[in-house]
Design a protein around this ligand. Structure first.
Ligand SMILES: Nc1ncnc2c1ncn2[C@@H]1O[C@H](COP(=O)(O)OP(=O)(O)OP(=O)(O)O)[C@@H](O)[C@H]1O
Ligand SMILES: CC(=O)N[C@H]1[C@@H]2OC[C@@H](O2)[C@@H](O)[C@@H]1O[C@H](C)C(=O)O
Length: 400
């Protein structure tokens, strides 16, 4: 037998596994690396993140990805090169991080790698039913396995699509297994480039667990800051807080078809980009707004889309007493959080770390958990999640 298959078989048969989860989000700030100790599987999973850090990307890395990111037309030679190169960079980051943490590759059972999303194309975006839903994450798993010497599970979203989903949000799988509570209905809201949430009902709900994207989180604010101010983000929401919301522009931003689609749905910067903003400004005669007024309106746009989606879900579920737990970089933007808290009024809004996991580590840990399910779990562990295929996800790469 191939010794790596023998090794994989042994890892799958153990009660506890050590898995390094990797996530590279749309904000391109860096590679999130979470060293996870996972015991059991399914609803009996226990996950502990013993080490977490983000390896920051260089400006060169960011500009190489932006050459193809969310673009319909790209240079295929660049795309092909980036797929291999990002895998190598991520592998090198893992090696460096393990060394910093005083860990050897031999102590790690698996790497679970999300890769870098460069295009997300559900049919709701393309309007073209000749092709299925599709999504593309680069950073080849074979490169990671060869660079690190560690068995790597990668490219998780493809199985979700093959089984009828849109490839996202995958957070539902981890959220359901780790954070379901019998006595508390929970919304786990993640505000990354795109905002998404998982609805986790307590026993008495009319609506089952599900997860959905809701619209932009930080992506439009970031893109505008990069283009107009030469900055990666609006630090602490200062520019947005200094401006005034423009109601006609806000209304136009909230009007496109995406917001009328039923849950669950997914999206990305392929829709929510600067053209989207400029079209809305032209349509409302608001092209002359100051930068701070545009930022205030974009901030209100993200907050309103989030609040409306949560309120709609809770009204459909019978207005259960619910607590909202927030993760993702948007948590660090006070202007955005103020608007969300005001909009959610009576609901308690708490940082996600109150559930015992570092918010910034949540997504990297999710992929470790998904790899754990692929090796040791059962696809049926996910069957209670609505509109999400009950499948085990990811492709397995050996170092040799
Ligand atoms: N202090 C801060 N002030 C304002 N915004 C902040 C702050 N810290 C983080 N952010 C926002 O959070 C973003 C990073 O969030 P996060 O790392 O969750 O995104 P991501 O994982 O790349 O996105 P996604 O989940 O969509 O893939 C930053 O680009 C910025 O917009
Ligand atoms: C295609 C893709 O990469 N989608 C991401 C993105 O970032 C946030 C939101 O859009 C979410 O749907 C998803 O990531 C998380 C980890 C998910 O699948 O749950």
């Amino acid at each position: 037998m191939n010794p790596w298959i023998e090794k994989l078989y042994a890892i799958a048969g153990r009660k506890q596994r050590v898995i390094v989860g990797l996530m590279s989000g749309t904000s391109l700030d860096g590679l999130d690396i979470a060293l996870c100790h996972i015991t059991g599987e399914g609803l009996h999973t226990e996950l502990s993140v013993t080490h977490f850090d983000t390896k920051p990307y260089t400006d060169e890395f960011r500009s190489r990805i932006r050459e193809i990111f969310a673009k319909r037309t790209v240079d295929q030679q660049v795309l092909s090169g980036l797929h291999a190169w990002v895998g190598q960079v991520h592998g090198t980051f893992v090696n460096e991080m393990l060394q910093e943490w005083g860990k050897s590759p031999g102590e790690i059972d698996l790497i679970a790698s999300h890769g870098q999303t460069v295009f997300h194309a559900p049919q709701s975006l393309t309007g073209n039913t000749d092709y299925p839903n599709s999504t593309l994450q680069i950073g080849d798993g074979d490169q990671l396995a060869v660079t690190t010497g560690i068995i790597t599970v990668s490219d998780f979203r493809q199985k979700h699509i093959a089984a009828g989903g849109e490839g996202a949000p995958l957070a539902a799988y981890g959220d359901y297994l780790l954070f379901t509570a019998k006595t508390e209905t929970r919304i786990l809201l993640n505000i990354g480039g795109i905002a998404n949430f998982t609805f986790l009902p307590a026993a008495a709900s009319r609506k089952p667990c599900f997860a959905t994207d809701v619209g932009p989180g930080n992506t439009l604010m970031n893109q505008y800051m990069q283009m107009r101010m030469g900055r990666e983000m609006d630090e602490d929401g200062r520019l947005a807080a200094a401006g005034t919301v423009c109601p006609p522009l806000l209304k136009a931003l909230l009007s496109p078809d995406f917001f009328a689609l039923p849950f669950p749905k997914t999206t990305g910067p392929e829709l929510f980009n600067l053209d989207y903003l400029f079209d809305a400004q032209k349509a409302t005669g608001t092209t002359g707004l100051t930068e701070s007024d545009v930022m205030a309106t974009l901030c209100a746009f993200s907050a309103t889309a989030i609040v409306d989606a949560i309120r709609q879900t809770l009204s459909e579920a019978g207005n259960l007493l619910t607590r909202v737990y927030v993760s993702g970089g948007g948590l660090h933007n006070p202007a955005l959080m103020r608007r969300i808290k005001t909009g959610l009024g009576e609901l308690t809004v708490s940082p996600f770390n109150e559930l015992g996991l570092l918010p910034d580590a949540k997504e990297a840990a999710l992929f470790a958990l998904l790899a754990n399910e692929t090796l040791a779990g059962n696809a049926a562990n996910a069957k209670a999640i609505a509109n999400a295929p009950a499948v085990c996800m990811g492709k397995i790469s050996f170092p040799e």
